[in-house]
Design a protein around this ligand. Sequence first.
Ligand SMILES: [Zn+2]
Length: 360
Amino acid sequence: MPEVIRYENPGIQIFIKSGHQFLDKVRSFLATAVRENKIQQERARDYFREILHIILFYGQINLPKVEPEEILQESNRQLSARYPDIFEMCRTHIPKRPPFTVLLDAIVDIVRTRHEDDVLQCLLLEINDMEVPNGNTLCRNIFVSTVINLCYFSDQCMKSRTPNYFGASVSCRGARQRKIMIDTLCCYTWHRDISWAVCVANQYNQDAFRFPPRVHSMAFNIFTNGQSTQANQRVENLLAGFRDQQVPRFLQIARDLRQFGSLVPRAPCERCFEMFPNIQFYPFPQAHEHAHWEYGNCAECESLSQLLKSHEQIVTRLHRNQFQIGRDRLINAKNRRLEQNLQLLEFRFRDVVQFEGNQL
Ligand SMILES: [Zn+2]
């Protein structure tokens, strides 16, 4: 593509500005945390390397490709000297998860608690002004997810509940690129039962298993600064519905965090409800939002995968349905689609990148 057209292409401009801003924000967030002794330098470095790799990788599967030098721009050139392996790997290795999920993981690590108030407050402060100029207006940074959710399991017999596990929707530009990310998550990242649930739903439009009772999930739309009036109004409207009653927890969270940013409670989409029908969702869907996205796109898969990876006793209590087609065949099909899509975008796939750290 000739240079002039390339730089007038608003899609590429937004990609470059978003990537640059996301890396910049994450770097200063992690640097502050290291200075304040909230995280060890090596660990912070791993988080940054992982996010750097993912964003540069996204550049490589963009159409047209966006090169690392373009994303990092002049001032960041020294990064390529400091992370030469990442600049190589972004052309041959695929990441295991989207950048926002890594940021969420780093936040949980840094705030040292899984309590929703602390994690969500820290997250909102971090992403509040992640908007990029687009002509005369601002638009959302394309690497910031639109939905975040948390889940936990409360066991009545044990009178205890697990900590919260957090997930974010897949933030990725382009239909083919999004499929690449979902297939990667299914094949390489998620707990095997969650991958299976996504494959089964794709194949049969059915649920692969039932969770034991009392798995809870709540989700929020993340509104940008520019949408805060609209977000406030939505929360006010929801609060008005509970005037004489106890305000439910998901709405208290949205209300109390308003000073830090805008979260608006949202019910699960029809796909998640189909995959996980017996989860206690907050808010409970009045009518199902029509999902024009694929199974596996939503925040729920990531957080439920973490819940299962951390609590084997929940895995042993899953009630699995029987299907004619076996797991291997469905996962292989996902793998094939992944490789085909990478090939179509002229990505020379060699391996999946592994970073150290506490990855669930
Ligand atoms: Zn969904």
